[in-house]
Design a protein around this ligand. Structure first.
Ligand code: FPP
Length: 244
């Protein structure tokens, strides 16, 4: 049982690796896509809970650059699920002040996905309660390479001097420009890896791993993760005495 949450210490950005959809489906004697579609209920619940707690950014690893290696039928199913979910949830996102953003190279997604995402991003642009960031065709190394290319172009144009690249320049070249770093990473399904997700941005994040498969991740598990976060002493390289 987790103790009562401290509402003065809620992370402003939580990132989640939603894992275990396939194993959960298998355990129920179903196809992998059954796990993914049940995972959408967990997405809705996590977003609702995050918003109620006052979390300002929620980033979800929805499709990695490595996921293209999955069977074609699963990829197609996931893309269709994404389009269908955006259509069915868009009104709710607007009513609840949710702004939608994406990170990753979405230009490589099927056209109907790109169109639905673009519509949802535009329609939710002015919403202020919480920003939901979907990582799609995303991997951190891919993002860092994109950032390097952006920086190289700036150097070539004369807007940036070689040898004078600062942390801020790199941050501004990443897909997550203007988004604060996650303070908490949650990964479901009992795996203890970061899997090429937000490698730069997670530098000081607390990590919470749970055995729960993503389709069964509910409010109580989210609260448990926040409670775990609140039990940590965040030192950022300093000593315990310096921060107390
Ligand atoms: C990982 O489980 C999950 C994914 C690769 C996809 C996540 C997608 C959703 C939850 C649905 C769509 C999302 C939105 C935002 C509408 P896995 O398939 O790797 O599970 P396994 O490790 O048990 O095989």
């Amino acid at each position: 049982m987790s103790k009562a949450l401290d509402f003065n210490n809620i992370p402003s950005h939580v990132a989640i690796i939603m894992d275990g959809n396939g194993r959960w489906a298998k355990a129920h004697g179903e196809e992998r896509l059954f796990g993914h579609s049940n995972g959408v209920d967990s997405v809705r619940e996590a977003l609702k809970c995050a918003r109620e707690l006052g979390i300002k950014y929620l980033t979800l690893y929805a499709f990695s650059t490595e996921n293209w290696a999955r069977p074609e039928s699963e990829i197609q199913g996931l893309m269709q699920l994404l389009v269908a979910s955006i259509h069915s949830e868009l009104e709710g996102l607007c009513e609840n002040g949710v702004r939608l953003k994406t990170i990753g190279d979405v230009s490589r997604l099927p056209k109907d996905c790109i169109d639905s995402l673009q519509e949802a991003v535009e329609k939710t642009e002015a919403n202020k309660d919480i920003t939901l960031i979907l990582a799609l065709n995303y991997s951190s190394r891919d993002e860092i390479i994109r950032a390097c290319n952006r920086l190289a172009a700036k150097v070539k144009s004369g807007a940036l001097n070689p040898g004078e690249i600062k942390q801020k320049d790199v941050e501004e070249a990443l897909d997550t420009v203007n988004i604060p770093d996650p303070e908490l990473l949650i990964r479901t399904s009992g795996e203890f890896r970061v899997s090429n997700f937000l490698l730069w941005q997670l530098a000081y994040a607390e990590m919470h791993f749970t055995k729960v498969f993503w389709p069964e991740f509910r409010r109580e598990h989210f609260i448990e993760a926040i409670s775990d976060f609140q039990s940590r002493e965040r030192r950022f390289g300093k000593t315990s005495e310096q921060i107390s």
